[in-house]
Design a protein around this ligand. Structure first.
Ligand code: FAD
Ligand code: ZN
Length: 470
């Protein structure tokens, strides 16, 4: 098939209701969530079934047309945005949004890729189960996008990333062949685990059409403490004690600097200074269990009592009501928005071997201050997973476009430190277009070669999401 026959064949095969080609119809599909990336496409395809996805990919491969899978478009790295070539096809999963099954004996859910994550969490809840994957964009992002980016979120310290929650998946390869891996087995040692290649592949190997997920008991009983700490090292020691004493009940362990609290108090409404005095940093700890609130509260109070006695924190506020619990969480949840209100800034979503976080933080700060002594770091993140949002705002009084003008050198310095400490330049959000250059520099040659060879096996014509990741 020649490229000029392609649009007609696509329309003929899938129909005008599924294939959009008018410029006005496809315009909303060409930019990313923040409007940082814009691209072009000749068509947007919105299939309703795995068979339609397969038919679309087979035609694209025959014509050598690039395909950009698109979920909820909340990935912040430009991964679901087409590049500048006008020949692209954007393949949106939004109409494949059925829950195929929920099983409360096997504790599994099978859902199509276009299901909104928040809807799946609510469906699990109604069935008396927990789908622990939870992130601020859950009411827009799709489970297919979550799996394609190996999403994380706030409960990773207990339940792991998306990768650990997927039991099986169904995907369409660029040849149009369907990979039937939608198994719900807990144990399966029959060779290479091929589904893991598709998880985190950011649409570069194939299109995920359905996933089988693990469910857990609902943990409706929650207890939260905000602990003040003098340093990241003290936060580490507190983590060590909590993990030992609370085990699997430890559901979140979030860190933020005292400066983050300043920013939140300045920009967010309905938040209060948590203690009579300001401390260098804070840790928000959540324990959760299936039952027995009194026992959970007593456990948290006794562990925090021990931590105060042993000098593992400076001060602590335990939630005594749901309102207090929500108020403590609000301090953490409002940080991103408060930093956005403060103006353009540099974001680095990095992870480190957890025990090296204190040294990394000291050395990264020295590097960036050597470049710009008055830069304002706002460091927070999922400390229990070794994941920091190492965000830097412009010096007080600098122009709003300061970050754009000086960002490249600062980001190079931060990511260089991440590599030096054996960390990862992308903990949660993936690579997309945004971090491609740093990714190509940070991986060792053998890893890159193997990734390219895997890509060539699964996508020999190179039609899947070109210009992303590799
Ligand atoms: P999209 O943005 O549509 O796509 C992301 C990538 O996956 C693209 O490369 C796309 O081509 C590919 N893709 C999408 N669907 C498929 C499919 N069916 N098959 C194959 N490839 C596909 N992420 C976290 O991990 N943790 C967080 O805590 C977190 N918080 C966030 C908070 C906010 C406010 C926002 C805006 C984003 C946040 N994110 C977070 C990032 C984002 O929500 C996740 O990366 C999410 O998993 C992306 O899902 P999506 O459906 O929006 O995917
Ligand atoms: Zn995060």
């Amino acid at each position: 098939m020649s490229p000029s026959d392609f649009p007609a064949r696509l329309l003929q095969t899938l129909g005008p209701d599924t294939v959009l080609t008018a410029a006005d119809d496809i315009a909303p599909w060409l930019a990313d969530w923040r409007g940082l990336y814009k691209g072009q496409a000749q068509a947007v395809v919105r299939p309703r079934s795995t068979e339609e996805v397969a038919a679309c990919l087979a035609l694209c491969q025959q014509a050598g047309v690039a395909v950009v899978p698109r979920g909820g478009n909340t990935g912040l790295c430009g991964g679901a945005t087409p590049d500048a070539s006008p020949a692209n096809v954007v393949l949106s999963l939004d109409r494949m949004n059925a829950i195929r099954s929920i099983d409360t004996i096997a504790n599994t859910m099978v859902a199509e890729a276009g299901c909104i994550l928040g809807n799946l969490r609510r469906a699990a809840q109604e069935a008396g189960r927990l789908l622990p994957l939870s992130l601020a964009a859950e009411d827009s992002s799709q489970i297919g996008g979550n799996v394609a980016t190996n999403a994380g979120g706030v409960n990773v310290v207990r339940y792991g990333m998306a990768r650990e929650l997927v039991l099986g998946l169904e995907a369409v390869l660029p040849t149009g062949e369907v990979f039937h891996g939608l198994r719900t087995l807990r144990k399966d040692n029959t060779g290479y685990d091929l589904k893991q290649l598709l998880i985190g592949s950011e649409g570069t190997l194939g299109v995920i059409t359905a996933v089988a997920l693990r469910l857990f008991p609902r943990t409706d009983v929650r207890s939260v403490v905000l602990a003040a700490v003098e340093s990241p090292m003290q936060a580490l020691r507190l983590f060590e004690l909590l993990f030992q004493k609370c085990g699997a009940r430890l559901q979140a362990f979030e860190f933020f600097s005292g400066d983050c609290v300043d920013l939140v108090l300045k920009h967010a409404e309905g938040v209060q200074e948590p203690f009579a005095q300001r401390y260098p940093a804070y840790v928000l700890v959540e324990l959760a269990d299936t039952a027995d609130e009194a026992a959970l509260n007593a456990l948290l109070e006794s562990v925090i009592g021990q931590a105060l006695e042993e000098g593992l924190c400076l001060d602590a506020a335990v939630s005594a009501s749901l309102a207090q619990l929500q108020a403590l969480w609000k301090l953490r949840e409002e940080i991103s928005e408060a930093q956005r209100a403060d103006g353009p800034h540099l974001k680095h979503d990095v992870s480190l071997p957890i025990e090296r976080i204190p040294d990394f933080m000291a050395s990264a700060e020295a590097r960036v201050r050597a470049l710009y002594p008055d830069i304002r770091p706002y460091i927070f993140g999922h400390f229990g997973d070794g994941n920091l949002h190492y965000n830097l705002s412009r010096p007080a009084g600098a122009d709003r476009d300061w970050a754009a003008a000086h960002g490249a050198a600062i980001t190079d310095a931060v990511l260089d430190e991440v590599n030096r400490y054996g960390g990862s330049i992308s903990a949660e959000h993936g690579i997309g277009q945004l971090k491609r250059d740093h990714f190509l520099h940070s991986k060792n040659p053998l890893e890159l070669r193997l990734m390219r060879e895997i890509k060539a096996v699964l996508d020999p014509a190179g039609i899947m999401n070109p210009g992303k990741l590799l």
